[in-house]
Design a protein around this ligand. Structure first.
Ligand code: PLP
Length: 388
């Protein structure tokens, strides 16, 4: 598929890589086979040795998961992509392949932060404070800088090119979790990220019916991640990969719609009397708005967060209970609007003082804006706000 084409066009016919007799199926076949029969012992040996393309066993690679991996590598512009059973499996695989200290974004996704804390040898920083990032890399000697391109749930935006330069100047690699942006907004490797991680569960699949994760990077990263799928076993099964391929074909239109609607929702909430503040990179009030305009080419993602003026769990609960259209659900990036309360869900494990320091207060709400009519979404939010 021509890499000069728009990403929304490229995803429509992506993953057509499996030949089938004389024709290439427009939809990749779902190959469920766990094992693969080889013409000779020598042929199988060459596949095991990596001297020949092919398949041997379900944890080593499957044709359907391989089709998804080839598509992701093409979209991200990386030499390799490896798929795992969830975003967290991908993050764990990558982090466990890193030796030595890590410098990481302080307001990353709650489970990622918990994994980093459990691993130890981590310095948490504000990734928009480039002086602090450089100082933390210098002080720790870390060879990995880890950040989220749009953070969950505070929606901070990191400057990928600047962080890449800071990391590379110290012989460190930049790893970017690009789940909230997807390649529809930016391929971080094009700006210098060495490793790009996705929860495929979110926008890339987009239909709330499968979990998955991926790590994209160099051939060396690919080899290290293949070692993880073989030895740890959390490789994305073919049927799940097939569903992700089907979902990602509409990534372009879904993201366009969700970004436009999210901007409308954020603008509306910013003027609402019961709302204390709105976090959305598309609003001029957002600290990294100018960077987001430059980096994402006029789109800002489908997630909007806001804080209620009534800053307590009771008010947040009344708001969630009063929603009729939006699901009160702990996910994001699906077709449907989903609203959640980070303090009691994704960031529940974080110490209350640290949550408060980061700005994830008790009245803080995250909305993943779906593809429904934007007017209906806004009306639902207004109805729920009047119950607060
Ligand atoms: N990264 C980010 C930014 C996320 O928001 C999430 C989940 O919400 C994950 C990773 C983990 O993905 P999964 O739920 O597929 O394990």
């Amino acid at each position: 598929m021509g890499t000069g084409m728009n990403i929304g066009t490229r995803v429509v016919r992506t993953a057509r890589v499996l030949p089938f007799g004389d024709g290439v199926p427009v939809v990749p076949p779902l190959v469920q086979s766990v094992a693969f029969d080889h013409a000779s012992f020598a042929a199988q040996d060459r596949v095991f040795a990596g001297e020949r393309d092919g398949f041997v066993y379900g944890r080593y690679g499957t044709p359907t998961t391989g089709a998804l991996e080839a598509a992701l590598a093409e979209l991200e512009g990386t030499a390799s992509a490896t798929c795992f059973t969830s975003g967290m499996a991908a993050i764990n695989a990558f982090l466990s392949s890193c030796e030595g200290p890590i410098v990481a974004q302080e307001d990353c996704y709650g489970a990622t932060r918990a994994v980093l804390e459990r691993r130890g040898s981590v310095t948490f920083v504000d990734p928009t404070d480039h002086g602090a990032v450089g100082a933390a890399l210098d002080a720790s000697g870390a060879r990995v800088l880890y950040a989220e391109i749009i953070s969950n749930p505070l929606l901070r935006v990191v400057d990928v090119a600047a962080l890449g330069a800071i990391a590379h100047g110290r012989s460190a690699r930049l790893a970017i979790d690009a789940t909230l942006a997807t390649p529809a907004l930016l391929a971080p490797a094009s700006l210098g990220a060495d490793v790009v991680i996705h929860s495929l569960t979110k926008y890339i699949n987009g239909h709330g019916d499968v979990m998955g994760g991926s790590v994209c990077g160099s051939h060396e990263v690919g080899a290290a991640m293949r070692e993880r799928t073989i030895l740890d076993g959390a490789y994305l099964p073919p049927h799940d990969a097939w569903l992700v391929i089907r979902g990602m074909r509409t990534l372009g239109v879904r993201m366009a719609r969700q970004c436009d609607s999210a901007l409308a929702v954020a603008t509306h909430l910013a003027g609402h009397p019961k709302v204390a503040r709105v976090h959305y990179p598309g609003l001029a009030s957002h600290a990294e708005h100018d960077l987001a305009c430059r980096q994402f080419d006029g789109r800002f993602g489908g997630v909007v967060s806001f804080a209620l003026k009534a800053d307590d769990v009771g008010a947040a609960g009344r708001f969630l209970d009063a929603l009729e259209l939006a699901a009160s659900a702990t996910t994001l990036g699906d077709l449907f609007t989903a609203v959640m309360h980070p303090a009691t869900a994704s960031h529940r494990r974080l110490a209350p003082e640290e949550r408060a320091r980061l700005g994830i207060s008790d009245g803080f709400i995250r909305i993943s804006v779906g593809i429904e009519e934007p007017g209906d979404i806004v009306a639902d939010l207004d109805r729920a706000l009047s119950a607060v």
